[in-house]
Design a protein around this ligand. Structure first.
Ligand code: SF4
Ligand code: SF4
Length: 82
């Protein structure tokens, strides 16, 4: 399973909470503070590195606030693992 992580741009997030509902690992929560725009932004809470980089959160975000990063195994590593 690929490992992943995300960043959430607080300047774009309007706190709609859609991303919190779709993460299969339940890794996205709403912050307790307010952003400069006056919204409680979404934050990644992933202390055990469970994000798979599935992109469900970035796909549903209407404000394009989420960027997903996925760890890619090199072809050589895949061949060694095979
Ligand atoms: S990429 Fe997938 S696993 Fe990672 S935070 Fe987004 S929805 Fe959750
Ligand atoms: S879906 Fe996008 S705008 Fe809505 S809370 Fe998540 S990051 Fe913020």
């Amino acid at each position: 399973m690929a490992r992943g992580t995300i960043t959430i741009d607080e300047k774009r997030c309007k706190g709609c909470e859609l991303c919190t509902s779709v993460c299969p690992k339940n890794l996205i929560q709403m912050a307790t503070y307010f952003s400069a725009r006056g919204y409680r932004p979404a934050i990644l809470v992933d202390p055990h590195a469970q994000c798979t980089g599935c992109m469900l959160c970035s796909t549903i975000c209407p404000d394009v606030a989420i960027t997903v990063y996925r760890e890619m195994k090199s072809r050589k590593a895949q061949l060694v693992a095979a």
